[in-house]
Design a binder for this molecule. Structure first.
Ligand SMILES: [Zn+2]
Length: 122
C-alpha cells in the first residue's frame, strides 16, 4: 500500500466521507469531515462554490488579490485617460478600462457567491 492509499484509508477510518467531487487542482477525490471538505493530496481545505463546483481556499485568496489588482489598474488607467488628448489613445484606454471592468465584475460575482456560501455553512 503506498502512502497516498494509506492516507485515504486513515481518512475513511476517521469517519471522513469520500465525495463524488474531485479537487480542482489535483483531481484527487475530496473528503468531507465535520462539515469541512479536504483534499488529502494538496492537504488543503476546499469549499463548494455554486456554479463553480470546488475551490481551494488558496484560490479564494488569489481572487481577493485579483480584485485589489483590478481596482488599482482601473485607477491607473483613469489617470492615463485624464492625461491623454489624442483620440486614438483615449479610445485605447477606454477599451482597456472596459475590459478591466468586465473582469472585475466576474471577480466580484465569484466573490459574492463564495461569501454567500460561507455564510450558509457557518
Ligand atoms: Zn488536491
Amino acid at each position: 500500500m503506498n502512502d497516498r492509499v494509506k492516507e485515504l484509508a486513515t481518512l475513511l477510518r476517521s469517519g471522513a466521507k469520500m465525495l463524488s467531487e474531485a479537487c480542482p487542482i489535483c483531481g484527487t477525490p475530496l473528503f468531507e469531515k465535520s462539515g469541512k471538505i479536504w483534499c488529502p493530496t494538496c492537504k488543503r481545505e476546499v469549499i463548494r462554490v455554486p456554479g463553480h463546483s470546488m475551490m481551494q481556499l488558496g484560490e479564494i485568496e488569489t481572487l481577493l488579490e485579483l480584485k485589489k489588482l483590478m481596482f488599482d489598474k482601473i485607477r491607473s488607467l483613469m489617470n492615463d485617460l485624464l492625461a491623454s488628448t489624442d483620440l486614438g489613445t483615449v479610445t485605447h484606454i477606454t477599451e482597456a478600462i472596459r475590459l478591466q471592468l468586465d473582469t472585475l465584475q466576474k471577480v466580484l460575482d465569484l466573490n459574492r457567491q463564495i461569501m454567500g456560501e460561507k455564510c450558509k455553512t457557518s
